[in-house]
Design a protein around this ligand. Structure first.
Ligand SMILES: NC(=O)c1ccc[n+]([C@@H]2O[C@H](COP(=O)([O-])OP(=O)(O)OC[C@H]3O[C@@H](n4cnc5c(N)ncnc54)[C@H](OP(=O)(O)O)[C@@H]3O)[C@@H](O)[C@H]2O)c1
Length: 260
């Protein structure tokens, strides 16, 4: 990777996802600095990455780090940006992974020439197959954009999107896998109850899911035509309930993560 030194504010799930993605791509930064008040989270990371430096303050964290990820929950981001602003060097790239906190809100707490971006990976970024919307703030000249893209390229697609769409993507793509995984896992367990070998069932399910995705999204058939291809739908009566749960819960979550 072009960037051999990366700092993280927050050493939880998304930090582990990004580090694992670089590791799988053989691109783990040689220098890694992390700050996290949760000793368990920090220890978990240093077990995985013994060369990671666990820091106790932002000055120690930043040193000459060219890129820093704000990998913390939205209510903590502004305060972290404020502490960061005192030790941010001019070329450093600041990447916030949190929904809800806008670039304008971040800019209020950082030096006026700071390079600030928002980035929204998802779990599949771990295997380089994430959908990772990206928004650049105001100060990004082309070389800085290229520098950041070189760091992010191992996570999958990184499309530039309007900032106003970030929370919609948080619902659709960052949290999206969770709407399906539990159902797929239940099918795997059901396959075992029906005495299918796990490898056979896993293969069959993967081919079925990939085929179903391509049929719906890429065949040119309408949703109605696709659904009409299968006459027996054992869950048909429950579909409306599931639809309303999905809509209600996801819209409520979107309301919660909307910028204030
Ligand atoms: N996980 C994903 O798939 C994903 C995808 C896209 C975006 N994100 C975003 O990434 C951010 C972090 O999510 P996550 O999944 O990594 O959450 P997480 O697993 O809960 O990790 C957050 C970590 O930050 C620590 N922390 C709390 N206050 C801190 C501070 N002041 N300075 C440094 N670290 C601090 C937390 O410690 P405590 O546990 O002690 O509070 C925790 O270890 C969120 O804004 C989330 O929306 C996550």
């Amino acid at each position: 990777m072009n960037c051999e030194h990366v700092a993280f504010v927050g050493g939880g799930r998304i930090t582990r996802i990004l580090l694992a993605a670089w590791e799988r791509a053989g691109q783990l930064p040689e220098r890694l600095a992390i700050i996290d008040p949760d000793a368990v989270a920090a220890e978990r990371l240093t077990k995985l990455y013994p060369h990671a430096r666990v820091c106790t303050d932002m000055v120690e964290l930043m040193q000459d780090a060219p890129v820093v990820f704000l990998a913390i929950h939205p209510p903590l981001v502004v305060q972290a940006a404020e502490s960061l602003s005192r030790c941010l060097h001019a070329d450093a790239l600041v990447v916030s992974l949190a929904p809800k906190v806008t670039l304008a809100q971040l800019a209020n707490h950082l030096p006026s020439n700071a390079h600030v971006a928002r980035f929204l990976p998802n779990a599949a970024s771990l295997i380089g197959k994430g959908f990772n919307p990206l928004v650049f703030g105001g100060n990004w000249e082309q070389p800085a954009r290229t520098r950041l893209r070189q760091v992010l390229q191992y996570f999958g697609e990184c499309p530039e999107v309007p900032e106003s769409q970030m929370e919609a993507y948080a619902i659709l793509t960052a949290m999206g896998p969770t709407y399906f995984w539990f159902q797929w896992q239940e099918l795997r367990q059901l396959a075992a109850k029906m005495e299918l070998a796990a490898t056979d069932a896993d293969h069959a399910l993967q081919v079925m899911l990939q085929g179903a995705i391509e049929l719906l999204f890429q065949s040119g058939l309408t949703y109605e035509a696709v659904v009409d291809l299968i006459p027996v739908r054992p869950l048909k009566e429950e579909e409306d309930l599931w639809r309303s749960v999905l809509t209600e819960k996801l819209l409520a979550t979107r309301k919660k993560i909307r910028p204030s």
